[in-house]
Ligand binder design. Structure first.
Ligand SMILES: C[S@@+](CC[C@H](N)C(=O)[O-])C[C@H]1O[C@@H](n2cnc3c(N)ncnc32)[C@H](O)[C@@H]1O
Length: 233
């Protein structure tokens, strides 16, 4: 069995970056296969919920190959897409040239306070070495009343459904990683990181504790996928 990409402590970020550097070429293909194309629908839903419009600006964190940033830019907003994996960003740059693609760490952004109308992140928060610090950074760069949207793998409340879904992540998704990347552990990582992530309900409560307004969760497929929404006070 290949070495796990999930490690705790100081090495967490380095291993995550190593993972995405390694799978950048196959990332979009496997995303489509493992979600049966549904990630496109969930990302469109995030865009709809953001109510982003022309004249506003947005930051898409952990932008990867840029799916969400590109969809936001299509609404006429000015978009910055940030990621720390250069190979993932290289893919994004090839897809769209009118986005400000920047290399950076979501836990330590070199961006000013109160500067974006919308901050989004698709499948990013779970990957951060410290998700609380990640939320703090997202809220720091949001303007007051700015909208925060986090799309992530969820934790269904129904325990039978959760077990079935986790079995799918444990047994089926790594097979895709083995076939298309030659590396099952890159996709075993999804469940390993999800086990360490508190899930959509806990993130909802955390956003309430951070005094955010209009905090809500939108669940898909019984909580398999979720979008956390909040507005900065
Ligand atoms: C699962 S991909 C998501 C890509 C894209 N947002 C999407 O929805 O398809 C996670 C991305 O987060 C990036 N990432 C993880 N930790 C990060 C960090 N601390 N700072 C910046 N980017 C990070 C990875 O490099 C990777 O491109």
């Amino acid at each position: 069995m290949t070495e796990s990409y999930y490690v705790q402590g100081q090495d967490r970020s380095r291993k995550v970056r190593q993972l995405f550097d390694a799978i950048a070429n196959r990332y979009d293909l496997i995303n489509d296969l493992q979600s049966f194309g549904l990630h496109r629908f969930w990302k469109n839903e995030l865009i709809r919920m953001s109510k982003i419009r022309a004249g506003e600006n947005a930051l898409d964190l952990c932008t990867g190959t840029g799916d969400i940033a590109i969809k936001i830019a299509a609404r006429g907003a000015e978009v910055t897409g940030c990621d720390f994996s250069e190979p993932m960003l290289a893919k994004a740059r090839l897809r769209c040239s009118n986005i400000n693609w920047i290399a950076g760490d979501a836990l330590n952004l070199s961006l000013p306070d109160n500067s974006f109308d919308v901050v989004s992140s698709g499948y990013g928060l779970r990957n951060l070495a410290d998700f609380r610090k990640g939320l703090d950074e997202m809220l720091r760069v949001l303007k007051p009343k700015g909208r925060l949207l986090i799309l992530e793998f969820g934790k269904p409340r129904n325990l039978v459904w959760r077990k079935m879904y986790f079995a799918y992540l444990r047994f089926f998704v790594p097979v895709l990683g083995a076939i298309f990347c030659g590396d099952p552990s890159a996709y075993r990582y999804i469940l390993e990181s999800l086990n360490q992530y508190p899930g959509q309900d806990a993130i909802h409560d955390l956003l309430l504790n951070l005094n955010c307004r209009n905090v809500s969760v939108k669940n898909f497929l019984g909580g398999v996928m979720s979008i956390n929404y909040a507005e900065k006070p």
